[in-house]
Design a protein around this ligand. Structure first.
Ligand SMILES: *Cc1c(COP(=O)(O)O)cnc(C)c1O
Length: 370
């Protein structure tokens, strides 16, 4: 039998989460963010499932031209926005060929369009404004000038205006309000469409809704807020359902004596004679190597603790609370009854990184089960 290490992707949960986006931002159009292989869930199947429930006016967003071309190759006909735009003249040909919408965030892109006006003709653009994150975008003072240069080079005249919030995941942080305020000052008087909100801003900062919202992580059922800082749970967060369940199986159960140590570096010592389970998943599958002893794992639906270091292909678990567990029994690493957010906190990272990090060695299965 082949190795049982599986990511089960629940497309009904995905569609439910899109419905939550629509409830939280009912007047907005949606750019469903499917970059990084749909946050590790598989871009083709995720985009096809979302396309069934998005309206024809909604769109997809990806990070790169390659990802946009991939979406066209699997039959996506919605608008596709490339959040980092382009950086070569070869990209311009693909943009024309595949009817791709681009984000223009840097002078080098404007210059490239001016050097290739025939390729710039009628392409659809968003202009990105840096309101304080200082990653991508034009400084507020340059926006008018760049907007005019884009019009002059002949792009589609419906140029959108967008920005990105640095700290939207922390509702105690005053920076979001400052960025939203600055954005509104810059765009006032311009009838262009606007977009500011990632998942956290959709749920936490209604003033940032604009015309288009850009949900990513919430589509995959993950709470976008810094959970340790949550004062009261957001009413929409409780309606999100995790899309990915990562599972494996017990491949061995061994009786180990008191005082013996478990795994590489002998980092965990048995306090008594005990049963130790070996599970068919490790960092080679994307389970985080930094998950410490004590990180929860579900064996037959019940919590047990990871013990010892995570290896490439295996982890070990404490089976003292699960004396009836058998070789072959199911183990869940995150998903329905064990939030990836909890594992992320234990491993010192965020849910986004864990989801994106699931490797292609894992078998992906897609279901529509409610
Ligand atoms: C990735 C990304 C998003 C989606 O962010 P989430 O936090 O996953 O909702 C939105 N906008 C931009 C510009 C992004 O890069």
């Amino acid at each position: 039998m082949s190795r049982v290490t599986r990511a089960t992707i629940n497309l009904a949960a995905l569609k439910n989460n899109l419905a939550v986006v629509k409830q939280a931002a009912p007047a907005q159009k949606v750019m469903a963010v499917v970059k990084a292989d749909a946050y590790g869930h598989g871009i083709a199947r995720i985009a096809q499932a979302l396309a069934e429930v998005l309206t024809e006016h909604d769109a997809f967003a990806v990070a790169s031209i390659d990802e946009a071309v991939m979406l066209r190759a699997v039959g996506i006909t919605h608008s596709i926005v490339v959040l980092e735009g382009f950086n070569s003249s070869a990209d311009l040909g693909l943009i024309q060929q595949h009817n791709i919408t681009v984000v223009i965030h840097h002078l080098s892109q404007v210059i490239l369009l001016e050097l290739h006006p025939e390729q710039a003709n009628n392409i659809k653009c968003w202009l990105k404004i840096d309101t304080g994150m200082h990653r991508l975008g034009f400084a507020p003072d340059d926006v008018k000038k760049m907007y005019q240069r884009l019009l002059n080079v002949g792009v589609d005249t419906d140029i959108g205006l967008m920005t990105h919030l640095a700290n939207a995941d922390d509702r105690q942080d005053p920076k979001s309000e400052q960025q939203i305020e600055l954005f509104h000052q810059i765009v006032s008087g311009n009838p262009a469409e606007t977009s500011l909100a990632n998942s956290a801003a959709i749920l936490g900062w209604p003033a940032a809704h604009g015309h288009w919202v850009r949900p990513g992580i919430m589509l995959y059922g993950v709470n976008p807020f810094i959970s340790s800082k949550e004062e009261e749970p957001n009413k929409f967060v409780s309606h999100l359902n995790p899309v990915m369940t990562l599972s494996a199986a017990l491949i061995a159960i061994n009786k180990i004596s008191k005082d013996e140590t478990i795994g590489y570096g002998s980092s965990w010592q048995c306090p008594e004679d005990m049963l130790v389970g070996v599970v068919s998943i490790g960092y080679g599958d994307g389970y985080p190597r930094h998950a410490p002893s004590g990180t929860p794992v579900l064996v037959n639906g019940k919590r047990v603790e990871l013990i010892g270091r995570v290896s490439m292909d295996m982890i070990m678990v404490d089976l003292r609370e699960q004396p009836d567990a058998k070789v072959g029994d199911e183990v869940i690493l995150w998903g329905e009854d064990l939030a990836v957010e909890e594992i992320a906190v234990a491993a010192g990272t965020i849910g986004y990184e864990l989801l994106c990090g699931v490797t292609r060695r894992v078998t992906f299965e897609y279901t529509e089960a409610e």
